[in-house]
Design a protein around this ligand. Structure first.
Ligand SMILES: [Zn+2]
Length: 303
């Protein structure tokens, strides 16, 4: 599910302290993961689709699939997986051409850096210094419970994750219409056309990376792109509508494949959390900034 106000820290390092003499904008998300062994400890109490209480086993006890999940290991892997994904986006922000605020060295500037977008999880010491508080528990069987962040019943900071959420389960989402999907080809600013491709593979994404996307303020792809099908679901229910399958899908196959859809891919619109922070760090508006996807992006040499 979704939350409307993202909550995290960010830091902009300038003077060429990032990769290749660039600047670096790091988002720090302070997470408090709470070990929950018994269903009575979890609020609101997790339910199955049929309304009954979810069956939960204590961490370290074998589940119905025979594997015992260790909480300390889960916690460590949450950090590894989420940083592996969101710290390696290859997202860059290129300052507006007339903006000189980042040029260095000061006084006699020779370089204009680009901004590398980075991400880190920091463990909160408790509820009071956390950006998000997530109850973590282990249902007896996988596939029976959908994780979320932010719930009306527990305030904007709370969420529920399960011991299975670090694995990408395929088949949760079926591509509507079967084997043919539309993709955009060509220059988005010029002569873009659409093309039909085969897309009968099953999509899967890792729940934790998707949920961290929500914690960074990203909506589902259908909601971001305001697709008619998703807007219809939100009209039916403004609170839970964005959890409808239609909101995980976009008009094109790459949209559906996005991490904020049903897949595990990134697109440039996923840079939004960094783009909105860069305006607070630099004090200038979003106009004129460019987003870029690249392994490296050398700073501009000024003459
Ligand atoms: Zn979601």
């Amino acid at each position: 599910m979704d939350r409307t106000v993202p909550f995290f820290n960010s830091e902009l390092l300038t003077s060429g302290s990032g990769t290749g003499g660039n600047a670096k904008l790091t988002i720090y998300l302070r997470l408090y993961l709470v070990r929950r062994d018994r269903i009575e400890e979890i609020n609101p109490r997790p339910k199955q689709d049929d309304g009954r209480d979810l069956e939960v086993v204590p961490w370290g006890t074998p589940t119905g699939i025979g594997k015992a999940y260790n909480f300390a290991e889960f916690k460590q892997k949450v950090k590894e997986h989420a940083e592996g994904f969101w710290n390696n986006t290859n997202f860059w922000l290129v300052p507006p051409p007339d903006y000189r605020g980042l040029d260095y060295p000061v006084g006699n500037p020779k370089m204009r850096p680009n901004i590398e977008c980075k991400f880190k999880i920091v463990w909160a010491d408790g509820r009071d210094d956390a950006h998000a508080i997530i109850d973590c528990f282990c249902p007896i069987r996988p596939h029976r419970y959908r994780p979320y962040v932010s719930h009306p019943a527990e305030g904007a900071l709370g969420g529920h994750w399960t011991c299975y959420d670090l694995v990408a389960f395929p088949g949760d989402f079926v591509i509507p219409g079967g084997k043919e999907c539309t993709v955009n080809v060509g220059d988005p600013l010029g002569n873009m056309t659409t093309k039909t491709i085969r897309c009968d593979k099953e999509l899967a994404h890792e729940a934790v990376c998707h949920e961290v996307g929500h914690l960074l303020g990203l909506d589902h792809v259908g909601q971001f792109l305001k697709t008619p099908a998703c807007m219809e679901e939100l009209k039916k229910n403004s609170v839970t509508g964005n959890g409808a399958a239609a909101c995980y899908r976009g008009p094109t196959y790459p949209d559906t494949e996005n991490i904020m859809g049903a897949g595990d891919k990134l697109a440039l619109w996923n840079i939004m959390p960094w783009a909105s922070r860069v305006t607070s760090h630099t004090g200038i508006g979003l106009q004129g900034w460019r987003a870029s996807l690249a392994k490296t992006l050398p700073p501009k040499t000024l003459r």
